[in-house]
Write a protein that binds this ligand. Structure first.
Ligand code: GLN
Length: 469
C-alpha cells in the first residue's frame, strides 16, 4: 500500500472501515524505512518486531470494535525518549549501550492510546544543534534534497515525517529543535507551553527550557496528538493542572476578528528577503481570511540568543554531570566537541566570581523577555514570525562555525525562555526547499495556534507537496 498521502485522521477512518489493517500499515512504513533510511539516516534503531507485535494487538482491539485515540498508528520517537527495554542513545556514544528500565510518561501515554512504535529517531547528540549534523550516528539528510540539512536537533523526527517513514513523530524543543526542523522539512511542529507535556523520562538538556512536542503532516493531526500527550504528571513537578482541552474542537472556527501581532524586531537585517516575502504573503492570506494584522514590538528580542546561550549551557553542564561513568557506564571521554563546549561554557558562567555577571544577568533579561510577551498579548491574540532567518542550508556549510550555527535559533529560542507555545506551519518553498512560519500564543493557548494554523493550511495545503522519494 502507498502511505504517501495518509494522515492520522484518514488512517483512523480507514482502520475502522477495515480498508487495511494496522499490520499492513505498519509493514508499509517498515518498508519505506528499509528503503529510505540508508539515504536519509533518520532512524538510529528500528524496532520491527515490537512494532508488528503492537500492530497485531491493535488489530485485535479494532476487530472487537474498541476505540482508542491512536489505535494502530505507526509512529517514532526522538532517541531522547526513554523506552523500556529499547536502546536510548541521545545520539551520543556515551549512551550507545544504554537500555532504559522504564518508559517516559509520554511514551506510556502513547502506548495507552494504542500507538505503534516503529523505532528511535536520529538527532543532534544530546539535542545540541540546529542542523542534525552533530549526531554520533552520522547526519540526517533533508528528504527534499539530500545535500541539505533537515534542521535540528529533532532531525530524524522531521525527516521521517517528510519522507513518510512514520505517521507522526515525537521530538523535544529546548531552543527551537522541533520548530526549526519542521520548517526545513515541510511538516507541522508544535513546541507546547512549558510544562504542558511531561518531561519525565526524557534525557534532560536544559530543564527550565525543555519542552516535549511532536511533528505531523497536518495541523489537525498535530492537535490529535496533543490530546493524548498533554496533562499533569506526578513525576514532573513542572506540569500544572491547567485544563487539557480537546485541541481539535475549535480548529474550524476560522480567524475572523483575531488580532495577529507582527513583531517588528523579527523582520530585521539578516532575514533572507525570500523568507520575509513568504511571511508577508502568509500574513496577507490570513488577513483575507478575516484576521487583523497589528504591528507590535518585543523590545528585548535582540538579547534572546545571548541569554539563551548563557542559561542553556549552564543547565546543560549540570544535567550532563550525571554521565560520570558510574551510573550509565561509558565514561565522559566519549562526549563530542559540542557537548564539551557547552559543559565548559556553562561551568564558566556558573563559577564563583562570574555567576552574577553572566547567569544572574541572563536571568534578569529573561524576566524582561517575559514581560515583552505579557504586554504584547494584551494587544493581540497571537503573533506570527518566520521560524528561521534562512532557508535550509547545505550539509557542512556551518559545521566549522558554531556561532554561525547558533544564529539559526534567533527566532525560536525566545519562546523557550518565556515558556510560550509555538507552532511551526509550512508556508512555502524557496528553490525547492521548504520553510515555515511560527505562530506564537499566550501560555496554554495551543488550541488557538492550531486554529490559526488550520485556517491557513486550508488555503495553502503544502503537505500535499511531497518529496520525490
Ligand atoms: N539549536 C539549539 C541548540 O543547539 C536547539 C536545541 C534544542 O532545542 N534542543 O541549543
Amino acid at each position: 500500500m502507498d502511505v504517501k498521502n495518509i494522515t492520522i485522521a484518514q488512517a483512523k477512518k480507514d482502520l475502522k472501515d477495515k480498508k487495511y489493517s494496522s499490520v499492513e500499515l505498519t509493514n508499509a512504513y517498515l518498508e519505506r524505512i528499509k528503503k529510505l533510511n540508508p539515504k536519509l539516516n533518520a532512524f538510529i534503531t528500528v524496532t520491527e518486531d515490537e512494532a508488528l507485535h503492537m500492530a497485531k494487538e491493535a488489530d485485535a482491539k479494532l476487530a472487537k470494535g474498541e476505540d482508542q485515540a491512536l489505535l494502530g498508528m505507526p509512529m517514532a520517537l526522538k532517541d531522547l525518549f526513554l523506552t523500556e527495554g529499547i536502546k536510548t542513545t541521545a545520539a551520543s556514544r556515551v549512551l550507545d549501550n544504554y537500555i532504559p528500565q522504564y518508559d517516559a510518561t509520554v511514551v506510556k501515554k502513547l502506548k495507552n492510546a494504542g500507538a505503534v512504535i516503529l523505532g528511535k529517531l536520529n538527532c543532534d547528540a544530546w539535542a545540541h544543534g540546529s542542523s542534525g549534523e552533530n549526531s554520533d550516528f552520522g547526519p540526517t539528510k533533508n528528504p527534499y534534497d539530500t545535500s541539505y540539512v533537515p534542521g535540528g536537533s529533532s532531525s530524524g523526527s522531521a525527516a521521517s515525517i517528510a519522507a513518510d517513514m512514520a505517521l507522526f513523530s515525537m521530538g523535544t524543543d529546548t531552543g527551537g529543535s522541533i520548530r526549526l526542523p519542521a520548517s526545513f522539512c515541510n511538516v507541522v511542529g508544535l513546541k507546547p507551553t512549558y510544562g504542558r507535556v511531561s518531561r519525565f523520562g526524557i534525557v534532560a538538556m536544559a530543564s527550565s527550557l525543555d519542552s516535549i512536542g511532536h511533528m505531523t503532516k497536518t495541523v489537525e493531526d498535530n492537535a490529535l496528538i496533543l490530546n493524548c500527550t498533554a496533562g499533569t504528571d506526578i513525576n514532573d513537578g513542572t506540569t500544572p493542572s491547567a485544563e487539557v482541552k480537546d485541541y481539535t474542537k475549535t480548529l474550524k472556527k476560522g480567524v475572523k476578528g483575531l488580532k495577529i501581532g507582527i513583531p517588528k524586531e523579527y523582520f530585521i537585517e539578516g532575514l533572507d528577503p525570500r523568507i520575509k516575502e513568504l511571511t508577508e504573503k502568509a500574513l496577507k492570506t490570513l488577513e483575507k481570511q478575516g484576521a487583523k494584522l497589528v504591528e507590535i514590538s518585543l523590545p528585548h528580542t535582540k538579547y534572546a540568543t545571548a541569554v539563551y546561550y548563557i542559561i542553556m549551557p549552564s543547565e546543560v553542564s549540570s544535567n550532563l554531570a550525571r554521565y560520570d561513568g558510574i551510573r550509565y557506564g561509558n565514561d565522559r571521554s566519549r562526549f563530542g566537541d559540542e557537548a564539551k563546549r557547552r559543559i565548559m561554557l556553562g561551568t564558566f558562567a556558573l563559577s564563583a566570581g562570574y555567576y552574577d555577571a553572566y547567569y544572574k544577568k541572563a536571568m534578569q533579561v529573561r524576566t524582561l523577555l517575559r514581560k515583552d510577551f505579557t504586554e504584547a498579548f494584551e494587544k493581540v491574540d497571537v503573533m506570527i514570525t518566520p521560524v528561521s532567518p534562512t532557508p535550509p542550508f547545505k550539509l557542512g556549510e556551518k559545521t566549522s562555525d558554531p556561532l554561525e550555527m547558533y544564529l539559526s535559533d534567533i527566532f525560536t529560542v525566545t519562546l523557550n525562555l518565556t515558556g510560550n507555545p509555538g507552532l511551526s506551519v509550512p508556508m512555502g518553498f524557496i528553490d525547492g526547499l521548504p520553510t515555515g512560519m511560527q505562530i506564537i500564543g499566550p501560555h496554554f493557548s495551543e488550541d488557538l495556534l492550531y486554529r490559526v494554523g488550520y485556517t491557513y493550511e486550508q488555503e495553502n495545503p503544502l503537505y500535499l507537496k511531497k518529496t520525490n522519494l
